[in-house]
Design a protein around this ligand. Structure first.
Ligand SMILES: [Zn+2]
Length: 363
């Protein structure tokens, strides 16, 4: 364990960086720390000890606030919360629910899911369906052959991605004006999935990319115009200077300093190649097998297909993976803070990186 590095000490870690690294970081991130104080009642002491390990740690709490000045994403880290023992839900209970859903429509997709007007794409481990209630004009589903969404392998993950991309290409052939691709996987209900059986989804938009992706493209372009360097390159360098990034088979992987929710990992690569697909698998495998997580979102943001009026140069294939917490927890993880102010985080990115580095394996 590296006791030196923790989110609580982010301010000091930044201050200790070589000047060039610090300046690069400060172009992208604003870091500030505040201390919250309280006086517990006598009746609370025992519970506080049990819940947080120490009364002093609760009496005076450090909150680290990070703002991405380029994208205006914001995070509030309370290391006290991150020190709470990680609640790994009752795995048997979850497995029983997953098993109990066998026999649903996605177990027999050829009979019980609609197909697109251009038919289905068949992968080795999956098949596409047309989304019944569509996100957009082109809205499809990759139905995994495997019912249990957590029983993935490197081969099946690559197949799901390939099948989704083949569907997007096929949809683009049907209508050349539809050229903004987005691929997503909501794993289990806590991450927004209405059906337990493993499935990913694709959408292909017209006129402009989906708002969050277009917003990021514009922000990155403005950054490049202001500083003369690529935003994604710099984002990687900044995380690397703090020990929050690694590189594997041409894919850059970082534990993001302004995550949308806990344990968010960003991966990027110039193209959606085998290195990137293998890295997606490794991150998810680490999530499920090392960290004991079971509900997560995966988003694959891709530049537009073909020519558009916008500048997509320097925009990589960007994959975002985020933990959505324990499916057995009734309290939702996204609330007014996340929707309207800033993300509130329980996990420490440095701890996430430590686990990730061990299981992903850097070059
Ligand atoms: Zn099923």
């Amino acid at each position: 364990m590296n006791g030196e590095k923790s989110i609580a000490r982010l301010g000091q870690l930044v201050a200790a960086l070589p000047q060039a690294d610090r300046e690069r970081l400060e172009r992208i991130f604003l870091v500030n720390t505040s201390v919250g104080r309280l006086e517990p009642t006598a009746a609370m002491l025992e519970w506080i000890e049990r819940q947080f390990g120490s009364v002093d740690a609760v009496r005076e709490q450090k909150v680290v606030r990070v703002t991405n000045l380029v994208t205006m994403e914001g995070s509030l880290f309370n290391p006290l919360r991150s020190r709470r023992p990680m609640a790994i839900g009752k795995r048997e209970e979850l497995s029983a629910i997953i098993e109990g859903e066998r026999g649903g429509p996605f177990c027999r997709p050829l009979e019980r899911t609609p197909e697109d007007t251009f038919g289905r794409i068949e992968g080795r481990h999956s098949v596409t369906a047309s989304n019944v209630a569509k996100f957009d004009g082109f809205s499809g589903v990759v139905v995994f052959n495997e019912h249990d969404p957590l029983a993935f392998t490197e081969e099946t993950i690559a197949d799901y991605v390939d099948t989704g991309v083949a569907w997007l290409r096929k949809a683009h052939e049907q209508d050349r004006e539809a050229k903004y691709p987005f691929l997503l996987w909501n794993c289990l209900w806590r991450a927004g999935a209405s059906i337990v059986h493993g499935h990913a989804q694709m959408i292909l938009g017209k006129e402009m990319h989906y708002a969050r992706v277009e917003g990021l493209r514009r922000a990155a372009l403005a950054y490049e115009q202001e500083w003369g360097s690529n935003y994604f390159e710099d984002l990687f360098e900044v995380h690397q200077s703090l020990g929050l990034a690694l590189e594997r088979e041409g894919t850059r992987i970082l534990v993001y300093l302004t995550p949308v929710k806990d344990r968010e990992v960003l991966l990027f690569s110039p193209t959606l190649d085998d290195g990137l697909k293998g890295s997606i698998y490794r991150v998810l495998d680490c999530y499920v097998r090392e960290m004991g997580l079971s509900s997560f979102n995966v988003a694959i943001c891709m530049p537009a297909f073909g020519l558009t009026g916008e500048d997509w140069s320097g925009f990589p294939v960007l994959v975002r993976i985020v933990d959505r917490g324990d499916p057995m927890n009734r309290t939702v993880d996204v609330a007014a803070m996340e929707l309207y102010a800033s993300s509130v985080l329980f996990s420490d990115p440095f701890e996430v990186m430590e686990t990730l580095r061990e299981s992903v394996g850097a070059e």
